[in-house]
Design a protein around this ligand. Structure first.
Ligand SMILES: [Cu+2]
Length: 157
């Protein structure tokens, strides 16, 4: 007999919370993104890697990335398997420890643009929209060029 009224109260409480929205949650922490760069697309190919550094004030996670300039953006890790450089999607996203700068760089973690709509040449720009587990979304503009830390071993990505 007491259960039904309790349940109704809980549902009402939830509804009130969601109506409050971001205004009630105060100032939202923002992940700082810097040095975003995408490689030019290889001739005849529609995929390429992007690199940047991310600094989250509180522990967070990069969940997904979209771009109007590509059909799909995946978060990739690189690893050596049987002496070969392999890469794969980080399906749970990329962890961002509090206050630490996480660098996505050639030979390591990177963003993979797939189904790039126009060939990317140096001097072009790419818009990236980043979604995080806790922080608000971040939109940024990456330049197209060769990342500084390029080594021959990392040439593939
Ligand atoms: Cu990749």
């Amino acid at each position: 007999m007491t259960r039904a009224p309790l349940l109704a109260f809980a549902v009402l409480g939830l509804a009130a919370c969601s109506q409050d929205g971001p205004a009630g949650s105060g100032e939202q922490a923002t992940v700082q993104a810097a040095a975003a760069i995408c490689r030019p697309t290889p001739v005849g190919r529609r995929m390429t890697g992007c690199y940047l550094s991310l600094t989250a004030p509180a522990a967070d996670r990069l969940l997904s990335v979209t771009s109007p300039d590509a059909n799909l953006v995946q978060i990739h890790e690189s690893r050596i398997e049987s002496g070969m450089m392999m890469m794969g999607e980080l399906r749970d996203g990329l962890p961002l420890p509090a206050g630490e700068t996480v660098a996505l760089k050639p030979g390591g973690d990177h963003l993979m643009l797939m189904g790039v709509k126009q060939p990317l040449v140096p001097g072009d720009t790419v818009t990236l929209a980043l979604t995080f587990a806790s922080s608000g979304p971040v939109e940024l503009t990456a330049t197209v060029g060769q990342p500084e830390a390029t080594t021959s071993a990392a040439a593939a990505h």
